[in-house]
Design a protein around this ligand. Sequence first.
Ligand SMILES: Cc1cc2nc3c(=O)[nH]c(=O)nc-3n(C[C@H](O)[C@H](O)[C@H](O)COP(=O)(O)OP(=O)(O)OC[C@H]3O[C@@H](n4cnc5c(N)ncnc54)[C@H](O)[C@@H]3O)c2cc1C
Length: 435
Amino acid sequence: MVPILPREKFLTTTTDIQGCAIDSCATNSCDILVNGGGMVGLGLALALAGEGFSVVVLDAQAAPAAPAALQASMTQPLFDSRVSALTQASRQWLQQLGVWDALAALRVCAYRDMQVWDADGTGAIHFAAEEVRASVLGHIVENRLVCAVLYAALQQQPTVQLRNGCALETATLAKTAGDYSEITCNDGTRWRCRLLIGADGGNSRVRTLCGFSTREWSYEQQAIVATVRSERPHQHTAWQRFMATGPLAVLPLQLPEASEQHHSSIVWSCDSALASKLMALSDTTFNQRLQQAFELRLGTMEIVGPRLVFPLHQQHAADYVRTGVALVGDAAHTIHPLAGQGVNLGFSDARCLASVLVQAKRRGEDLATLQTLSRYQRQRKGPNLATMLAMEGFKRSFGSDNLALRWLRNAGLRLADSQPALKRTLIRQAMGLSL
Ligand SMILES: Cc1cc2nc3c(=O)[nH]c(=O)nc-3n(C[C@H](O)[C@H](O)[C@H](O)COP(=O)(O)OP(=O)(O)OC[C@H]3O[C@@H](n4cnc5c(N)ncnc54)[C@H](O)[C@@H]3O)c2cc1C
């Protein structure tokens, strides 16, 4: 059995938050080092911190702004271009972590309906929260605000160290259970941890350094994201039109305490050649192409911020764990954004891994053995793979020009739309309540 570090032994040097006074020459020790302070890494660190582990979170980027500093700008229609559709299951977890109210006090937008249709036929499906007696299907949140509230909560935790502007460079994993792994960073700091967690995104350095193999392929697609203002209100609906070149999603946004419903975030996934052409267009011409692609369902549309583009690929680590190390979130799996599941799966990973580690601690077991960590892998790999396969099926089916397949998918959508019991199951799945 490996003892959890007593609080007074946490870090061998001073413990000033954000790294100002951490000694770059000394080696700082902790129970768990989370590399990557994105939404998933911060959520996991917060879940662990509440259980008395000493946790260090490293991130290559600057720290998120404090919620209080963001508050004043929340009534301005300047939305983060990166948003996520959070399921009810993810919202419940953020509530358990004690950050949902702070997030909602900044800015979130509930969606009550989903409209999905095939550009190439008459197939369509409509999901409504009321069909499962719920008030909402989910929420659209801005990624930077999720990070901001998680980070602020972590700053209140006495057993947590947050260090930003610090990229992990090397990792030497412990050879025997109970030993420390050693980490070095590009700012000269050195760290020792019982357990290393890779929460460092799709290009995970932890995954590469620790020799995890992946199965991956490019979709040859890119996603253009931007904020738009539409002539007609979005009606608290998440919209998605499937085209042969890729899906266009329009996700509702809302200013706090405002009744206006004219801002949305678009995620326009399309073949790389088309994406390059769309990115090269002037705003005026882009707006015209966008309205056309969206069949003017919300009237005219106007881009109100920058257009960003992200290459899309699917990637799945063959294993999520080895002795002394575990992968979570995009470091373990990256999927097409068409069903808005990436961070929701990542939060499920984080919730599961935290629970496995807490149980191990209560039983006096070593956190870092393969036996302990495999419990996490066993619970998460199957559901993640199932979601990835479903997304792949959608992507291929809607990307096909094959006449029979087009007929089948249109008929399938119409059939699903007319079957209340099947629809309720699909809705509950989309809400993350039956995963
Ligand atoms: C266009 C688009 C739309 C999407 N929409 C949705 C949606 O609606 N719903 C949904 O659930 N998901 C969505 N996703 C997926 C979602 O954004 C990701 O799954 C999620 O951001 C992954 O979070 P993460 O914390 O695992 O990784 P990341 O957000 O990538 O965070 C990784 C962190 O690690 C840090 N890092 C990287 N390397 C190092 C290093 N060497 N040392 C230290 N730190 C490092 C980075 O700075 C970063 O902060 C979308 C994705 C895209 C591309």
